[in-house]
Structures are given as C-alpha cells and as structure tokens.
Design a protein around this ligand. Sequence first.
Ligand code: CP
Ligand code: NVA
Length: 296
Amino acid sequence: MRHLLEIDDLNPSQLRQVVDLAKSPIADNADLLQRQGVACYFAKPSARTRNSTEMAVVQLGGHPVYITAAEVGIDERETAEDVTRTLACYHRAICARVFDHSVLERMAAVNRIPIINLLSDAAHPLQAIADVLTIEEEFGSVEGQTVTYVGDSNNVTRSLALAVGMLGGKIQIASPPSHRFGPVDHDRLAGAGVAVSYLDRPDQVAGSQVIYTDTWISMGQEAVRDQKLKSFEGYCVNDAMMQNNPGAIFMHCLPAHRNEEATDSVLDGHQSRIWTQAAHRLDAVRAVLAWTCEEE
Ligand code: CP
Ligand code: NVA
C-alpha cells in the first residue's frame, strides 16, 4: 500500500518517477480510477488544493467526494481509524487536509486504501511537487540550483526542503533564529540526505535561482499573528531583494498576504511564477493519485 504523507515517503528515484508522471499526458491515465470514488476531506479552507484534487480525480476517470470536518468529525464523532475504515468501503483513496499530522499517520496505519496529505501542520508534499515542476520548467533541473526560502520555517518549507535537497538542489532559509527548524527536523532532513543552511538577514540573499516565501501566519496560528508580524519585520520579499538576485524566479505557494510577506510588485512582477506553481498543483496531485492507486 502506498501513502504520501511527506516527500520522504518517497526515495529520490520514486520522487523522480512521480515528477515525471506529472509531466506525462493526461490521456495516459485517463481511466485509471474507473469510476471509483476519492474522498477529499478538508479540516481547513482551500482554493488550490480542493479544486486541483477534485479535477485530478475527474481527469483520472474517478469521482471526488468533498467532505468537511464538521460533517465527519474525525476524533469527535468517530475515530480517525473508523472514519478511514468507513471511507475505504466506498473509495479508492483518501486525500485529507488536517491540522495534526498524526491524524494522517493513524489513517495510513489502518492501511486499507492510500492516504494522501493535502496539507497538515507538518507538511505540504503536493505543493513541493508542483514547486519542483515549476523549477524544472524554468531551469531544466533542480540539481545545482540554489533555492532560498525567506520567512517562517513551516509545513511548506519542510516539504520544499526535502524535495529540493533530494533532487540535488541547495536549500537555504533566511529567517530569524526563533523561526528556524529544530534538531528533530534537521535529523529528518539529514536522513533524506538534505542539509539546510541559514541566513540571518534577508538582505544577505544573493546568487539564488529561486526566492520562495509563504505566509508568516499559517492556518491555525491566528492567535499569534501580532507576535509573528513583529518577528518577521524586515523579511517582506521586495524589489530590492529580487534585484539582488536578477536571475531568480519568485515563488509563493499562495494564498498571498499581499504586502506582508511579499510586495504587490514582487507578486505581480516579471520574476514571479506564482501562477505557474498554482497550475502545476493539478499535475502534481494527478501524478500522486496515479502513483498511489496504480499499485495493487
Ligand atoms: N497552496 C495551497 O495549498 O493553497 P490552498 O490552501 O488554497 O489549497
Ligand atoms: N503555511 C500555510 C500554507 C497554506 C497553503 C498554512 O499552513 O496555512
């Protein structure tokens, strides 16, 4: 049984295989799901992930069923394990966006049907695969590129670091010391052969091929908004930073908090590839569904 909870559930050659699958013609897998259902569970809001996942299921010949947390109530109305056993009666796979990553691990441990992470507090692997597609479209390869992530070390950063590092790129993070990864994360990254380096100040960023940022306040962190805005003063990606990296593209997983983590002029500027990333979300999830579901 194949699940995808985080990028390092794949080894580097499997990651390569999934990325290549994402570039293959849609018609190659048009009947893979053969009218089977895919449960799409969301405990948090979404624009890109819900729409790309539902459309990928359609492109693979299946039927997506959107499920809200209020309806199913994982660990409130029923345990995560029993929800998984129930959904497995009707569906070929479960795609889920949750708060606590351990809920996904418990669902995967039931091992009835593939579980695909649509974002947890710890990881966002489908985003990272779309990001790899964007970098490869621009530069041909991730290998040898320097990707600089500016801001909060979060779920998006973690999956991005794994994907970039496993494909031979260099990943560095410009963030205040209080918002960097800790030893548990560094051990996990090292286990995948990935080393992250840090920059203290965003104006030290130079010579990168990719400047990447995400919100400073992830979903569920609204209570610490003021504190985080203070911590990230000076970390807004602006024109000066992009001009220091003239050969770089700008990336953001979206949704953007305009003029907070990045200025309008950067988000809408000539170096921005944010809509390419958004479009590749569909290719990424179609590939992951095909890869997890094709195995018997
Ligand atoms: N990037 C991303 O996952 O966007 P949504 O939250 O809109 O799905
Ligand atoms: N880090 C953000 C990503 C949103 C797609 C969050 O978790 O809210």
